[in-house]
Design a protein around this ligand. Structure first.
Ligand SMILES: [Zn+2]
Length: 266
C-alpha cells in the first residue's frame, strides 16, 4: 500500500551527479481533484494460467462501492461533494490477460506502467483516447483506473508528474490484489487508501519514503487515519486534516503539515 512513483525508479537508476534532475510537477495526471465527478474504470487482470472467479469480481466491486461511499461521506465533513456515479469495467466477463503481473511488496520498485499496459491489452490504441472519451461522454472531471489483479500482493498507486511520458502515465490508477501478501482477504480500507494517494495523499506509516518518526507522530495525532492504518471497518477510520490538505479538502493548512512529507517527493 505504498505510493509508488516514477521517482522511486529514477532514484535507483540514476545517480545524483546530475544535479537538479527535473522530475516535473506532480499531480499532473487524470485524477485532478477529489471533488465533483470522478469516472472510475475498473479492470480485472490475471496471468495466463489463472482466472478470476466471477463472484470474486463482484465482491471487489462491492467493496470498491463501499469505499467510494465512505470517501463521499468524508468529503462532506470537509464541505466537499464527490460523485462516483459514473463508471465502467474492463475484464468483468473475461479477465484481461497480462503475460506477467508483479506482486506488489511495498518496495517502491513495482512497475508503474500498468495502466497503459492494461488499456492496450483491452484494445485502446492510446491511453489518451480513454481520457478524451470520459471528457466528451461523461460529466466527470476526473478519471481514475482501478486495477484488480488476481493473486497476492500489496496494492500501490501510480502517480504521474509533468516530466513523465503522457501516453504512458497521464491516466493514473492503482493496483489492488485479490488477497494480501499472506493470502488473506485484503483489508477493506486498502481501496480508499490507494484512491487517496492518486489525489496527493501521503502515507503516514513507515514506508520507503516515510519516516518511522512521522509514523509515531501520526499515531499520536491521527490514530484513525486511513493513511496510517487499514481496517475492515471503514467507519472506524477518517481522513485526517493533513491528508485533507493534501487532497485539497482543507484550505487552511498549518506549517507543520509539511513535516509529514518525509522523503516522499510528491
Ligand atoms: Zn500507501
Amino acid at each position: 500500500m505504498k505510493k509508488i512513483t516514477i521517482f522511486a525508479i529514477l532514484f535507483i537508476s540514476i545517480t545524483f551527479s546530475s544535479q537538479g534532475q527535473d522530475v516535473g510537477k506532480w499531480r499532473a495526471g487524470s485524477p485532478f481533484k477529489l471533488t465533483g465527478g470522478v469516472y472510475t474504470l475498473t479492470c480485472f487482470v490475471s496471468r495466463p494460467d489463472e482466472e478470476w472467479a466471477y463472484d470474486a469480481k463482484i465482491k471487489k466491486l462491492n467493496v470498491l462501492k463501499e469505499n467510494q461511499e465512505w470517501i463521499k461521506t468524508q468529503a462532506l465533513k470537509y464541505g466537499f461533494s464527490v460523485d462516483f456515479s459514473e463508471s465502467g469495467h474492463l475484464g468483468l466477463k473475461e479477465d484481461i490477460k497480462l503475460p506477467s503481473i508483479e506482486s506488489g511488496t511495498g518496495s517502491g520498485k513495482e512497475p508503474v506502467n500498468l495502466v497503459s499496459q492494461v488499456l492496450y491489452k483491452a484494445g485502446y490504441k492510446s491511453t489518451l483516447d480513454l481520457f478524451d472519451w470520459v471528457k466528451h461522454h461523461t460529466k466527470a472531471e476526473n478519471l481514475q483506473v482501478i486495477i484488480f489483479a488476481k493473486g497476492q500482493g500489496r496494492g500501490y498507486s501510480m502517480a504521474s508528474s509533468s516530466a513523465m511520458n503522457k501516453e504512458k502515465y497521464f491516466v493514473e490508477g492503482t493496483v489492488l490484489y485479490e488477497t494480501s501478501t499472506s493470502g488473506k482477504e485484503s483489508s477493506t480500507s486498502a481501496i480508499a487508501h490507494e484512491i487517496l494517494h492518486l489525489y496527493g495523499a501521503w502515507d503516514l506509516y513507515k514506508t520507503f519514503c516515510q519516516t518511522a518518526e512521522n509514523e509515531k507522530k501520526a499515531r499520536e495525532l491521527f490514530p484513525n487515519s486511513v493513511m496510517l492504518k487499514v481496517s475492515n471497518n471503514l467507519n472506524s477510520l477518517e481522513v485526517d486534516k493533513v491528508t485533507a490538505w493534501r487532497i485539497e479538502w482543507n484550505n487552511e493548512p498549518e506549517e507543520w503539515y509539511e513535516s509529514f512529507r518525509g522523503d516522499c517527493r510528491q
